[in-house]
Design a binder for this molecule. Structure first.
Ligand code: HPA
Length: 277
């Protein structure tokens, strides 16, 4: 068996020894957005450390557990804390949790993150519906022998972020009066923030926001047939757009400030996903 697939199966076995909960929606909470988990009617929590072979996050603000439960009556699994490539894990480990949630039963993947705004119309604290992404600065997680059990060698990427889910998120944002921008998210590896020249380059390439996650997860999820959507919380204007140096603390504080709006938007969106489940 492919060793990456074997590890995935071992993780699944480890999860199934603890819970038989079957989620329909998988949610990944970005930096500073972990408090959303408080809005879930929790059935079971599983620390990443309890799953054999699971990569455990080291970033402050990323607690590191799966939360199983319900948003309205939609069964969800929520990652409080994700794994980043810059932590030093192989890219196959970075996307392992996504594949694991698919194998648990999740059909929809709802990705969230904190980002730096590149689009000059954006402000710190804006939410951006992710309509597309730029992946070419992070290693592709599908490199290596294809895992046929998960998906095809050359997956189509012409609609990574599902239009039907995007429409539901837009309607939901209106319903709960949360303003929503739209745009293209670019992932760089981090952990250093970008230089002003890199931000100008990304703007020229068509990126509206930049961060250090999400894109590789979307590639793996698309490969294994999940329906994907994403919201980025623009926590700061990107490097060179203001006089201020960037800090992780600033990112977390900005995310904290908009947490109530984020909760409203997430809950309304997941509740409305019932239309397609
Ligand atoms: N750059 C990269 N990642 C980020 C940023 C940024 O400006 N803000 C929050 N995450």
């Amino acid at each position: 068996m492919n060793p990456i697939y074997e590890k995935l199966q071992n993780c699944l076995k480890s999860v199934r020894e603890k819970t038989d909960f079957v989620p329909k929606v998988a949610i990944v909470l970005g930096s500073g957005l972990g408090d959303y988990a408080d809005d879930i009617r929790v059935v079971f929590e599983l620390d990443y450390g309890e799953i054999a072979g699971f990569p455990v996050s080291t970033v402050p603000g990323h607690a590191g557990k799966f939360i199983f439960g319900f948003v309205s009556d939609v069964p969800v699994v929520c990652m409080k804390g994700r794994v980043h490539f810059y932590e030093g894990y192989p890219i196959s480990d970075v996307v392992l949790p996504i594949r694991l949630m698919k194998l648990m039963g999740a059909e929809i993947l709802f990705l969230t993150n904190a980002s730096g705004g590149i689009n000059k119309e954006f402000h710190a604290g804006d939410f951006m519906l992710i309509t597309d992404h730029i992946s070419c600065f992070a290693p592709n997680p599908l490199i290596g022998a294809n895992i046929e059990e998960l998906g095809t060698r050359f997956p189509d990427m012409s609609e990574i972020y599902n239009k039907e889910l995007a429409d539901i998120i837009k309607e939901s944002a209106k319903e709960v009066s949360v303003p929503l921008q739209e745009g293209v998210y670019a992932q760089l590896t981090g952990p250093s923030f970008e230089s002003p020249a890199e931000i100008r380059m990304l703007r020229t390439l068509g990126a509206d926001a930049v961060g250090m996650s999400t894109v590789v997860e979307a590639i793996a999820a698309n490969h294994c047939g999940m329906k994907i959507c994403g919201i980025s919380c623009v926590c700061n204007l990107a490097a060179g757009m203001t006089e201020n140096p960037l800090t992780h603390k600033e990112v977390q504080e900005a995310a904290d400030k908009v947490a109530p709006l984020f909760k409203r938007l997430m809950t309304a969106s997941v509740t409305n996903f019932k239309k397609v489940l």
